[in-house]
Structures are given as structure tokens and as C-alpha cells.
Design a binder for this molecule. Sequence first.
Ligand code: ZN
Length: 164
Amino acid sequence: MKCPACGSVDSRVLDSRPVDDDSSIRRRRECPVCGRRFTTYEVVDTLPVTVIKRDGGREFFNKQKLAAGIARACQKRPVDAEAVASSIEADLQNGLVSEISSKDLGDLVLERLQRIDVVSYIRFASVYREFQDIDSFMAEIKRISKKAKTHPVKTEIKEEKNDD
Ligand SMILES: [Zn+2]
């Protein structure tokens, strides 16, 4: 890190400490050439992801908002909404996605809920996919139960054990 006083490119770190809920690190540095002390902050570089809504509107991806939406569908269910939202955020960041439609975002949630808890999956799908009638709802249930046969859902087995 270049010294702000003499421009020397070398500096010695005297102290590092996490700040802002561990989301950044503050480093106290000293220039070995002129002795000037200065502070730098290290933060994770996140890409803003734009969500394109059904009505064509755009907003920045907001993990808290997504987690709140998931939590509403997963009330009293064994689902960590925050963890699901974090894993989706990580996927978007790792995939260097800069834009995603709200439909695709919802599909990422459903993909995860399907593996964690079928009840939450159905609740989220019913809000999110806005089933127009009972037939489309039943078609979705059939689709899930077909998939569940090939990939047994662990949560349901766990719950049966809990009832003992
Ligand atoms: Zn210096």
C-alpha cells in the first residue's frame, strides 16, 4: 500500500482488526521510509445484481428481502431462510451474474426448498408462481412428488422420527 506522505510502495501492518460486524478489516500501517502511519480498510468486493421484476421494473438484489420472503413461506418449518438466501447470493456472486429475472430468482429458491422441505416448497411456489387454479397447483404437486421419489426428501423422514 502506497504511503500517502512519501509515496513509498512498502508499508508495514501494525494492527488488523475486524469492523462493522466482521464485514471489513481495518489495518493500521506504517511507512518504513518516512514513518507515516495510516489506516486502510479491506472489504469484500460485491457485484450489484439487478433483479428484473415481472412488471419490467428493476431493483437491486437484496438478500434480506429475499430471506424475509422465504421466511414467510417457511414459518414453523425446519428451514433456515437466511442460509437459503445467502447460498443464492453466493451463487449469483460466484457466477458473476449481473441481472436475473424475478422468475429465475424464485426458481433458485424453489430448487433449494425442494431439497430441504417439501411443505415450504409448496407454500413458496403457491405464492410465487401464483397458481391460477387448483389444476395447475395439483400439476405442480404431482411434478414434485415424482421428483421426490427419485430424490427422497430427508426432512420428512426426520420429522417422523421427531414424533416418536
Ligand atoms: Zn512514507
